[in-house]
Design a protein around this ligand. Structure first.
Ligand SMILES: C[S@@+](CC[C@H](N)C(=O)[O-])C[C@H]1O[C@@H](n2cnc3c(N)ncnc32)[C@H](O)[C@@H]1O
Length: 304
C-alpha cells in the first residue's frame, strides 16, 4: 500500500513542543498522526520508559506514520481509530490516562493530493471524501440524496458559504439530469451557480473551496467528532496533562475555544494559550498549510 516513507513538515513544531512539554517517560497520544510529523518530534523526547500512541482514521496514513517512525526507542502503538472513541482506543491497549494529547485537525496532503480520494477540485476523481474507508456515506451520496434545504445548511453552517442556497439549488437541478459522481462535475456546477469562472484572475480562491470543505466536514462528521474528543479529554488526561488542538478554520477553532473557556470556569483546565498561537512569517513562507493553523493548549488541573 505504501512504497516508501514520505516526509511531512508538521505545523507550529516549536510551539507544540514548548507548550506540550513532553517528558522522557510520558505517555503521549497523537490523535491525528497523519504522516507522523508531530509524532516524530514527540518520539525524540521519549526514552524507553515513554509510550507514544498514534491514532488515525486513515489506514494508509497510519502505515506511512509507521514507516516514518520506525526505529525509535520508546514504545509506539498504532491504532486505526477515530479520536471520538479515544477512551475505547486506549482501553484496547490497556491504558486509560495520558500525559499529553494532540489533535491536528483536518486533512493531510496525501489525502488532498490523491484524486482517487475525491477531496479536491484540483484533481478530477470520484466524489468520495471519506478519510476512513469504513464510513458508509460518501460526498456523492450527500449531494445526490440530501434535501435542497439541508444541503444548503451544510454549506452555510460548516463553511459559511454565503451562496449556499443558490449552489444547493443548482446541484439539485443538475442531479435530476444525472447523478453527480465526480469532483470535476461538482466543482463546475458550484462555479456556475455563482457565475464565477475559476480560471479568471478575479477568483481569489476557487469558487468551490467552501463547498468542498463543508462536504468533507459533513462526510467525516468532523465537528461532532471534535466535540466528543473535547468531552472525553478531561477524563483521559492525568493531572497536569497537556492537551493541544490545532484548528484550521473558525468553526472548529470556536468549538475548542468555548470548550476550554467552559472547563476553565469549572476549574478543570488551566488554559495556556490566552489567544490561539499562530505561525510566524518564516513558517508561513516555508509551509503554506501553517497560514491558517491555530493552536490552543490547556493543562488538566487536579480534581481534588
Ligand atoms: C493534518 S493531518 C495530521 C498531520 C500530522 N500532525 C503530522 O504532523 O504528520 C490530519 C490527520 O488526521 C486524521 N484524522 C482526521 N480526523 C480524525 C479523527 N476524527 N480521528 C483520527 N484521525 C483523524 C486524518 O486522516 C489525517 O491523517
Amino acid at each position: 500500500m505504501v512504497d516508501k516513507p514520505i516526509g511531512h513538515t508538521p505545523v507550529l513544531p516549536r510551539e507544540v513542543c514548548e507548550l506540550l512539554a513532553v517528558q522522557s517517560s510520558d505517555t503521549v497520544v497523537d490523535a491525528t498522526v497523519g504522516l507522523g510529523g508531530h509524532a516524530r518530534l514527540f518520539a525524540e523526547n521519549l526514552d524507553r520508559r515513554g509510550t507514544l500512541i498514534c491514532l488515525d482514521v486513515d489506514p494508509a496514513n497510519l502505515e506511512r506514520a509507521r514507516a516514518n517512525l520506525a526505529g525509535r526507542s520508546c514504545r509506539i502503538e498504532f491504532i486505526h481509530a477515530n479520536f471520538a472513541e479515544l477512551p475505547k482506543a486506549l482501553g484496547s491497549i490497556g491504558l486509560d490516562r495520558v500525559d499529553v494529547l494532540l489533535a491536528d485537525l483536518g486533512v493531510s496532503s496525501t489525502q488532498l493530493d490523491d484524486g482517487a480520494r475525491g477531496f479536491s477540485f484540483m484533481h478530477d476523481g470520484p466524489l468520495d471524501m471519506r478519510m476512513d474507508p469504513r464510513l458508509m456515506v460518501t460526498a456523492a451520496d450527500m449531494v445526490n440524496r440530501m434535501k435542497e434545504r439541508d444541503l444548503a445548511d451544510v454549506l452555510f453552517y460548516n463553511a459559511q458559504e454565503m451562496r449556499s442556497r443558490r449552489i444547493s439549488k443548482l446541484i439539485c437541478n443538475e442531479r435530476r439530469n444525472s447523478r453527480i459522481t465526480t469532483t470535476g462535475r461538482l466543482a463546475e456546477i458550484v462555479a456556475r451557480a455563482q457565475g464565477i469562472n475559476p480560471s479568471s484572475h478575479k477568483a481569489k480562491i476557487h469558487p468551490a473551496t467552501r463547498t468542498f470543505m463543508a462536504l468533507r466536514m459533513a462526510v467525516n462528521e468532523e465537528i461532532p467528532n471534535l466535540e466528543r474528543l473535547l468531552q472525553d479529554a478531561p477524563a483521559v488526561l492525568k493531572p497536569a496533562g497537556r492537551f493541544g488542538v490545532i484548528a484550521f478554520h473558525s468553526v472548529e477553532d470556536k468549538v475548542v475555544k468555548l470548550d476550554f473557556r467552559k472547563r476553565k470556569s469549572e476549574i478543570v483546565y488551566n488554559v495556556l494559550t490566552k489567544k490561539p498561537v499562530t505561525a510566524d512569517d518564516e513558517e508561513r513562507r516555508a509551509n503554506p498549510r501553517s497560514r491558517s493553523a491555530k493552536l490552543r493548549v490547556a493543562r488538566r488541573l487536579p480534581t481534588e
